[in-house]
Design a protein around this ligand. Structure first.
Ligand code: LRH
Ligand code: MN
Ligand code: MN
Length: 387
């Protein structure tokens, strides 16, 4: 049996990067509801991200999206973040908001447009050099809406060529992670729709190219934990974008729609060494908070990951393997469900306190006055959002 004390060294290492865009107004094709106190600048987003870390000890880095988070002085931004106790993390490129990219960016038939998209990634790598970021995350909104519209095969070839140029530019300590998504904004075909395509593309690039798995980017019913197991087995799971979904890419709070799925995913992460001390699997959130307050939304999210990680770590592996190997189907299933059903909230609260953190970060944040402070201070200017 594994006790709570046995799992704290791993829990101690748990780090979940938060996305800068979660603090801005975003999240739907319909009305985006603004919330008072929403950041107007990159610095204000970083201050909010640092607040999530201060209350939870779980979110030591914030991911940026270029050009949503463009600034003139990256060294100053890095210092600003570090002074607040967090690092600048993954740099996300953006080739989905420019008219030139209507029919593709890295896959476009026009070499000038492809080069423009490659150059945007070069700019992202320059940013990474200044911020000290390790990962360049690429998600491509490329595909077609109508059968016959595009040569799907030619687009794969051009994608490979463009990615190679980008990969050749990243530094020895940097990585390229390629995110897949099964549909949207293109509806007929998508150029990187699934883990297999992402894997094929990154495998051709080299060791420092990996797959990014966004939990909201699969067809309903997909066994995501199987994909996790497979990618870890292949040494190609670079990072996660965590969120929850009921229907498509809903970007809701991780663990809210299907906590059991999050548990199953984390069981495979642990099984594959993804939480080992030498693991370089990056855990990140990719969420939008349209109707709830954003900072507590992010605090809830990282706590959900922590809680489910604790339950997954408590899984009695030895007993499970014995039951599996003896063919005891129901015993194996019960051992699995026992871990999922374990209430770890009390142990986690006490453990947080023992480390100088609030036992209940949600309550502590609510009592801190931070939300009132930003609502009073952040008046005027334009609230940050998808821009
Ligand atoms: C695409 C996506 C990708 C983007 C983010 C804003 O759906 O998941 O990671 O960069 O949303
Ligand atoms: Mn994502
Ligand atoms: Mn998404």
């Amino acid at each position: 049996m594994t006790s709570f004390a046995d799992i704290t060294p791993t829990l101690e290492r748990l780090a979940i990067e938060v996305p800068s865009w979660a603090y801005g107004n975003s999240g739907t094709r319909f009305k985006v509801f603004g919330t008072p106190g929403t950041p107007r600048t990159v610095e204000e987003k970083i201050a909010d991200a640092a607040t999530v870390h201060r209350f939870t000890g779980l979110a030591p880095a914030v991911a940026l999206h270029i050009p949503w988070d463009l600034v003139d002085d990256w060294a100053a931004l890095r210092r600003y973040a570090e002074d607040l106790g967090i690092a600048l993390g993954t740099i996300n490129s953006n080739t989905f908001q420019d008219d030139d990219y209507k029919l593709g960016a890295l896959t476009h038939t026009d070499p000038k447009i492809r080069q423009k998209a490659v150059d945007h990634h070069f700019e992202c790598i320059d940013v990474m050099d200044a911020t000290g970021s390790r990962d360049l995350k690429i998600w491509l909104a490329e595909g077609s809406n109508y059968p016959g519209q595009a040569d799907m095969r030619g687009r794969q070839d051009r994608l490979a060529e463009s990615l190679q140029k980008i990969y050749d530019r990243i530094g020895d300590e940097q990585r390229l992670v390629l995110e897949y998504k099964f549909f949207e904004p293109a509806f007929y075909h998508t150029d990187v729709p699934d883990w297999g395509t992402s894997y094929v593309q990154v495998a051709a690039l080299g060791e420092r190219a990996m797959v990014c798995l966004d939990t909201g980017h699969h067809a309903p019913g997909t066994n995501i934990e199987f994909i996790v197991a497979q990618l870890l087995r292949l040494g190609k799971l670079g990072s996660f974008d965590f969120n929850s979904r009921f229907y498509a890419d809903d970007d809701l709070i991780v663990g809210s729609a299907d906590p059991f799925q999050l548990f199953r995913i984390l069981v495979e992460v642990i099984r594959g060494g993804g939480l080992d001390a030498d693991s370089d699997v990056a855990l990140m959130l990719d969420q939008c908070h349209n109707i709830e307050k954003k900072i507590p939304g992010q605090i809830r999210s990282v706590l959900n990951v922590q809680e489910m990680t604790a339950r997954a770590l408590l899984l009695d592996r030895e007993a499970l393997t014995a039951a599996q190997e003896s063919g005891d189907v129901l015993e194996a299933h019960e051992i699995f469900m026992d871990a999922f059903s374990t209430d770890v909230r009390g142990d986690l609260a006490a453990w947080r306190e023992s480390r100088g953190l609030p036992a209940h970060p949600m309550k502590a944040f609510a009592a801190s006055g931070y939300q009132d402070g930003i609502e009073a201070a952040r008046v005027g200017g334009t609230q940050a959002g998808w821009s």
